[in-house]
Design a protein around this ligand. Structure first.
Ligand code: FE2
Length: 131
């Protein structure tokens, strides 16, 4: 049996549409919130249809030198075109882009995951230095 860590995929987001792209300043000030935006399909758009879509984005923060990550946001991406008339008929679609504000006095690593209903779980990470 394999571990879930073997199932999480990563790649360069400029060439792979499933990778969550983390936009955040490289440095933040203590006691000041820093804005984090995670987008899927930033360079190459991912399909957003009833049959094929991004269904969730999760964001974690691992303080430098610590073992356990802290969950800082879980987002369900839930509108993919369905209506009572059937698949792709509502014209209502949630785009896979989320923003939150993080307040931390510790430097560390931001991790993001995205889940495609067909192509599985993807990850990326970005360092954040707090001064
Ligand atoms: Fe996909």
């Amino acid at each position: 049996m394999s571990s879930i860590k073997e199932l999480v995929q990563s790649a360069d987001w400029k060439s792979e549409k499933h990778v969550p792209v983390i936009d955040v300043a490289d440095k933040a000030q203590k006691a000041e919130a820093v804005k984090i935006t995670v987008t899927v399909g930033k360079e190459i758009a991912h399909p957003n249809t009833t049959e094929h879509h991004i269904s969730s984005i999760e964001i974690y923060f691992l303080p430098r030198g610590e073992k356990f990550p802290v969950s800082i946001g879980r987002f369900e991406i839930s509108a993919h075109g369905t209506s009572a008339k059937g698949p792709n008929t509502s014209t209502i679609y949630t785009q896979p882009e989320v923003t939150l504000n993080l307040k931390t006095e510790k430097s560390g690593t931001i991790y993001a995951t995205s889940l495609c209903n067909i192509h599985g779980l993807w990850e990326s990470s970005k360092e954040l230095t707090v001064e």
